[in-house]
Design a protein around this ligand. Sequence first.
Ligand SMILES: Nc1ncnc2c1ncn2[C@@H]1O[C@H](COP(=O)(O)OP(=O)(O)OP(=O)(O)O)[C@@H](O)[C@H]1O
Ligand SMILES: [Mg+2]
Length: 255
Amino acid sequence: MGKIIAFANQKGGVGKTTSAVNVAASLGQLGKRVLLVDLDPQGNTTSGVGISKKALRCTTKTVILGETSAKEAIVPTAFDNLSVMPTNITLAGAEFDLYAGERAEYRLRDALAPLREEDAFDYIILDCPPSLGMLTMNGLTAADGVIIPMQCEFYALEGLSQLMVTISRIKQVCNADLMVTGILVTMYNGRLVLSLQVMHELKKHYSDKLFRTTISRGVRLSEAPGFGMPVFYHDKHAKGAQEYLDVARELLLRI
Ligand SMILES: Nc1ncnc2c1ncn2[C@@H]1O[C@H](COP(=O)(O)OP(=O)(O)OP(=O)(O)O)[C@@H](O)[C@H]1O
Ligand SMILES: [Mg+2]
């Protein structure tokens, strides 16, 4: 049965989308059938894999509101073994509707269930928005595992412990099986003293969760979404392309 992995962190701009897109594409390159679900109304994942956000009839929004099936909303990408459930800004309104409806946290989980039953994908990767609102709750309720991308910054550890508390609450209330698959350090610069200090703390408190691979800051990674491509397809020699492949290989050993 396919595994569902959410990329989540309530902090903005930490590399959730970059990691979700590039880990998904790397798993595809390694021969896994992958679905990338865009759970963020910003739609960065959608445009990041070359899908236009305009004129989308079926999106993550229509799926979680039960207006269309998950299957109807899935579109293939130009990349190996990679499909996407796209989204656009209309998802922001759906979050509000969700609060008013029943089984609000379970909408995505219920919608993805038929895909799991059919064994349509080996991995379903969820890109969550930068909040702990109902969309992220849906992601964490649907997921088997969560990957927490984070930067080695001053407030990062504080944010991480808040997120760990939220994850244990979700485990108690909506998804007993949820595991922290890993913590992934992004935009890493080992020449900065602060980065080294934060890394030291992470190793002290979360050594079993930390991915051995760290993602360096790199210009190819930041420009690839502008071309609507995962970094490997933009420049396969980029350091980030290799690093995300290494993360995908580590992931295969973990879940
Ligand atoms: N390793 C990296 N090297 C250089 N730039 C990066 C790297 N990772 C991400 N970025 C850039 O940093 C910015 C934030 O990254 P990204 O969009 O992946 O974060 P996010 O956590 O998904 O943000 P949001 O919270 O808004 O959804 C983007 O402009 C992205 O291109
Ligand atoms: Mg994002």
